[in-house]
Write a protein that binds this ligand. Structure first.
Ligand code: UD1
Ligand code: UDP
Length: 377
């Protein structure tokens, strides 16, 4: 069996590492293809090093661009590799442009696609990620849904064959790394932070950063925070703040540390010890409920509704009053804090990677790992 992994961004590296590891434990050495969608050291290489993914076979160096430039360039380069290497299956994870490019390039070569984290839907088709998710799911033969809710989303779109509910590999990643992070990272000392006495912030989504209006709303929230805060900033946000002339204003907010993006071990330690997390990230909404830290999501919708239903996440959008209301409530009402922090993890037991590998090996042995001519028979 010869699986190929196509990935290119920070969250894909983190969430695929447990699957790659599970293949290696079964004696299978997968082909690793990095598109280079993320290329800064702190957005890519730091994770390859920390998660010991040293054997990347192809660095495609696609880089940044418009949606079509990035997706198109990645498709062209991925296709060349797949034609040469002829893997038995292509694995992609999540909803980035890399995922769409990998899925389309593979299925058109009649190489079956396995989509890890299939079936997520924000029901907001203005997000590039939503388009990527839908198209990647419909190009895939094997769909690894993290939850029942994700499986139902696929069913609603007529996808019932080849769907397996396996949990989310982010639980594997957190369980495999949080103890190491606790031991190895000195991030709290470096930034002079005390456990449960700071807010951890990340925001990078296109809808929050690409317009001056929304970026200004984000800054207004940061200016009103009632506690110390740290914001490891995605380069997209940093670039937009500079373009819109808002960089100085962000930098002068008292009690807010803006820093480069952090490696996974530092970030996990910061997350675990935060009083509350405020984010527009998908992976961080998941990690905070796994780590038992309340999460306020800086979005108006989420493709992780399980976190909201479980009680660990509240959508506050970019509404300053709503965000500050919930922060005050968390500070002042112990019982409310306890309930949010104690919300049950809906993403499984941390064995998703092993399950994915087990299923793919079985399908391969039975000769069932192939592109079906029709899904609806
Ligand atoms: C992408 C994903 C998003 C995911 C995020 C993870 C898409 C459509 N979006 O968004 O779903 O949440 O990755 O972090 O695929 N940049 C750098 N250095 C880098 C990478 C990016 O400076 O290493 C800057 C460039 O200015 C670039 C911008 O960030 O134009 C955006 O990068 P891009 O890869 O297009 O999308 P992300 O915002 O990272
Ligand atoms: N992360 C990290 N360092 C940071 C910010 C995030 O290691 O400075 C990790 C975080 O723990 C999570 C993942 O990156 O596992 C989330 O990635 P991101 O927010 O970029 O993407 P999304 O999940 O929104 O697609």
């Amino acid at each position: 069996m010869r699986p190929a992994f196509v990935f290119g961004t920070r969250p894909e590296i983190i969430k695929l590492a447990p699957v790659i590891r599970a293949f290696e434990e079964r004696g299978v050495r997968p082909l690793l293809i990095h598109t280079g969608q993320h290329y800064d050291y702190e957005m890519s290489r730091v994770f390859l090093e920390e998660l010991e993914l040293d054997g990347i076979d192809y660095h495609l160096e696609v880089g940044s661009g418009t949606q079509a430039e990035q997706t198109g360039t990645a498709m062209i380069k991925i296709e060349k590799v797949l034609v040469n290497e002829k893997p038995d299956v292509v694995l992609v994870q999540g909803d980035t442009n890399t995922v769409l490019a990998g899925a389309l390039a593979a299925v058109k070569l009649r190489i079956p696609v396995a989509h890890v984290e299939a079936g997520l839907r924000s029901f907001d088709r203005t997000m590039p990620e939503e388009i990527n998710r839908i198209l990647a799911d419909h190009a895939s033969e094997v769909l690894f849904a993290p939850t029942e809710e994700a499986r139902r989303n696929l069913e609603r779109e007529g996808i019932t064959e080849g769907v397996y509910v396996v949990g989310n590999t982010i639980v594997d990643a957190v369980l495999q790394n949080s103890e190491i992070a606790e031991r190895k990272s000195d991030v709290l000392e470096r930034f002079g932070l005390k456990p449960k006495e700071y807010i951890l912030i990340t925001a990078h989504r296109a809808e929050n950063t690409d317009s001056m209006e929304n970026l200004t709303k984000l800054i207004e929230i940061l200016e009103a925070l009632p506690m110390r805060a740290i914001y490891p900033m995605h380069p997209r946000t940093r670039n937009r703040l500079k373009e819109f002339g808002l960089w100085e204003r962000a930098g002068s907010i008292k009690n807010l540390i803006i820093t480069q993006p952090l490696g996974y071990l530092d970030f996990l330690k910061l997350e675990k010890n935060a009083f509350v997390v405020m984010t527009d990230s998908g992976g961080i909404q998941e990690e905070s409920i796994i780590l038992g830290v309340p999460c306020l999501t800086l979005r108006y919708n989420t493709e992780r509704p399980e976190t909201v239903k479980a009680g660990g996440n509240v959508l506050v959008g970019l509404e300053k009053n709503r965000a500050i209301h919930y922060l005050q409530k968390l500070i002042e009402e112990r019982e409310f804090y306890r309930r949010m922090a104690g919300a049950p993890n809906p993403f499984g037991d941390g064995k998703a990677g092993e399950r994915i590998v087990e299923i793919l090996l079985k399908l391969h042995d039975r000769g069932e790992l192939r592109v079906r001519s029709s899904r609806f028979i």
